[in-house]
Design a protein around this ligand. Structure first.
Ligand code: NAD
Ligand code: TYD
Length: 356
């Protein structure tokens, strides 16, 4: 089996669902269930013996050691993190605790387990660390996209904590020989995205008749990738990535934020028109910029394509349409997330510590 950490969050849950849709190899899912962790994301796996959920912290060395011993995974995929830049600006503590201290403890637990394996499973074992393009810092308009050898220049508490975790992963390979792989991916979007991040926030606010907050001049550029394409890249890197290597993951899809806002508004105008004929873009509201806001991210994804033959399946046009359609089709998920009811759902649905 594989051990996935953070598998109740946005990307982790998409990954677990996709993995089990394509393979019968079981998944042990370790997630602390912070505000961002939502077991409702995995409701379709209830009663499926291939999915074992454990609520816990990647920094709980005793728990992680026990889980590794008991389940003997062939790989650990680390998605668990505090992931929201704005939250990291208001309160960096949790980011350091999970992304830095937690990753270090996880690496230590995994190293002890890996060193105790017999030769064949030891050689086949992989630790895959899921990271972000934000570790590279901000690009000027005409600068070339980030390659894997771009200097790390993180600018937010979030990206600094992720860069620190990337360094730890590298060091555990260099010093202890742990067979690691690191992926640095651009901004994801798609189903199950918590509506604190730009795209889901736009959709749910638009539908609720609320303002659509655009930071600063709205001309900051992000490189967007549909979450299922990120999941397929991770599967491919796990399968064939060279140990110790970094793979940048992206869709060659740079867009200024304001264009994203207009695209989402236009899709909603088409798919859920306002009864009174008004357009959603009238809800756009320019607000004060984020402190230290990175101007531009762009991923050069040629290494993963050249070495591993990976390419995204979705264009932005197809992916954003699927995303808007998903939110329109899942008002209950949105309502539960917004009211915090998913936490009660967890209480009523799951009583034990370990939850198949
Ligand atoms: P998310 O915030 O939606 O989910 C994070 C998950 O980790 C949650 O389920 C949470 O409960 C869990 N978690 C947090 N702290 C934990 C801890 N100490 N122990 C165990 N579980 C813990 O985040 P996401 O958007 O799904 O991102 C997943 C990973 O991908 C992160 O490492 C993030 O840095 C990286 N990433 C995200 C993006 C993006 O656009 N969202 C892009 C590139 C990389
Ligand atoms: P976000 O989804 O928070 O991702 P990240 O900061 O990790 O790139 O934000 C994406 C972009 O959208 C970023 O440039 C900040 C901007 N943004 C807004 O303009 N308004 C918002 O309400 C939010 C949440 C983000």
């Amino acid at each position: 089996m594989i051990l996935v950490t953070g598998g109740a969050g946005f990307i982790g849950a998409n990954f677990v669902l996709d993995w089990l849709a394509q393979s019968d190899e079981p998944v042990l899912n370790l997630d602390k269930l912070t505000y961002a962790g939502n077991l409702e994301n995995l409701a379709s796996l209830q009663g499926d013996a291939r999915h074992v959920f454990v609520q816990g912290d990647i920094g709980d060395a005793a728990l992680v050691a026990q889980l590794l011993e008991q389940h003997q995974p062939r790989a650990v995929l680390n998605f668990a993190a505090e992931s929201h830049v704005d939250r990291s600006i208001h309160g960096p503590e949790d980011f350091i605790q999970t992304n830095v201290v937690g990753t270090m403890r996880l690496l230590q637990s995994v190293r002890a387990y890996w060193q105790g394996l017999a030769e064949a499973p030891r050689a086949a074992f992989r630790f895959l660390h899921v990271s972000t393009d934000e570790v590279y810092g901000s690009l000027a308009p005409a600068e070339a996209a980030f390659t894997e050898i771009h200097k790390l220049e993180p600018n937010s508490p979030y990206s600094a904590s992720k860069a620190a975790s990337d360094h730890l992963v590298r060091a555990w390979h260099h010093t202890y020989g742990l067979p690691v792989l690191t992926t640095n991916c651009s901004n994801n979007y798609g189903p199950l995205h918590f509506p604190e991040k730009l795209i889901p926030l736009l959709i749910v606010n638009a539908l609720a008749g609320k303002p659509l907050p655009v930071y600063g001049d709205g001309l900051q550029v992000r490189d967007w990738l549909y979450v299922k394409d990120h999941c397929s890249a991770i599967r491919r890197v796990l399968e064939a990535g060279r140990v110790g290597e970094i793979y940048n993951v992206g869709g060659w899809n740079e867009k200024p934020n304001i264009e994203i806002v207009h695209t989402v508004c236009a899709l909603l105008d088409e798919l859920r028109p306002n009864g009174d004929g008004t357009h959603y873009k009238t809800q756009i509201n320019y607000v004060q910029d984020r402190p230290g806001h990175d101007r531009r991210y762009a991923i050069d994804a040629s290494k993963i394509e050249r070495e591993l033959g990976w390419k995204p399946a979705e264009t932005f046009e197809t992916g954003i349409r699927k995303t808007v359609q998903w939110y329109l089709a899942n008002p209950d998920w949105v309502a539960h997330v917004q009211s915090g009811a998913y936490r009660e759902w967890v209480q009523t649905q799951y009583s034990g510590h370990e939850t198949p």
